[in-house]
Design a protein around this ligand. Structure first.
Ligand SMILES: [Fe+2]
Ligand SMILES: [Fe+2]
Length: 218
């Protein structure tokens, strides 16, 4: 495929998300200092990674399953495992499944994923939604995890997202290759996801602030 720029340039992702960068960084800087809240946040990331893996499995079930897509779904499942494990380590106890009590903003996160998947699938029909949904998810994962890694580097936590980030980077390049040349589509879909992400992030900020308030009141 011929592209005039990489996925970051074409999607306009970084410019469109400059509005969220400070709030995301501030949220992460605060939450990594609160182990119990940090655990709930990581369990939410685990849930989203698990949904990504499951989505690849379901969408490819009736197609010829390639080594690449099998590898992709296995890596997303491993990311879900990674965040679950780290969440439990930080919490100091098991966090079984994904329920309201152990998953920050469980319902808004489910809605974010469901709307993004449905909206993108509708917009690209009758094309296979798999590479497009994945491409948009990978852009978000790389964007968010890069800021998260910065924050972790500056913290006392022994936690690194580096190998996970390297895999997301690889997925991003692969999905970009699969999607081909449709720059307008990439811009539109990325802007659509950015709006949904903004809503999810606002919910996370409210939820975290409320937990801090109730802690102070206790
Ligand atoms: Fe992932
Ligand atoms: Fe990925």
């Amino acid at each position: 495929m011929k592209h005039s720029g990489g996925p970051w340039i074409i999607s306009g992702m970084k410019e469109n998300n400059a509005q969220h960068e400070n709030s995301v960084r501030a949220f992460l800087q605060d939450i990594v200092k609160q182990p119990q809240d940090h655990a709930l946040f990581m369990n939410m990331l685990s849930m989203l990674e698990h949904m990504g893996s499951r989505k690849i499995m379901l969408s490819q079930m009736n197609k010829t399953l390639t080594e690449d897509s099998l590898k992709h779904l296995a890596e997303e499942a491993r990311h879900a495992y990674f965040f679950k494990r780290q969440a439990e380590r930080v919490a100091g106890h098991a966090l079984d499944g994904y329920v309201d009590e152990n998953t920050m903003c469980r319902v808004p996160a489910l809605m974010y994923f469901g709307r993004m998947d449905a909206g993108i699938s509708k917009a690209v029909a009758p094309d296979d939604p798999y590479p497009w949904v994945s491409l948009i998810i990978e852009l978000r994962a790389c964007w968010l995890y890069a800021i998260y890694q910065d924050v972790l580097d500056a913290s006392d936590l022994q936690l690194s997202l580096k190998s996970l980030l390297a895999e997301e980077d690889m997925h991003l390049a692969e999905m970009f290759e699969m999607c081909g040349d449709d720059e307008d589509r990439l811009k539109t879909l990325s802007a659509y996801e950015t709006e949904l992400f903004g809503k999810l992030w606002a919910e996370l900020c409210i939820s975290f602030a409320n937990r801090q308030k109730s802690l102070l009141a206790a």
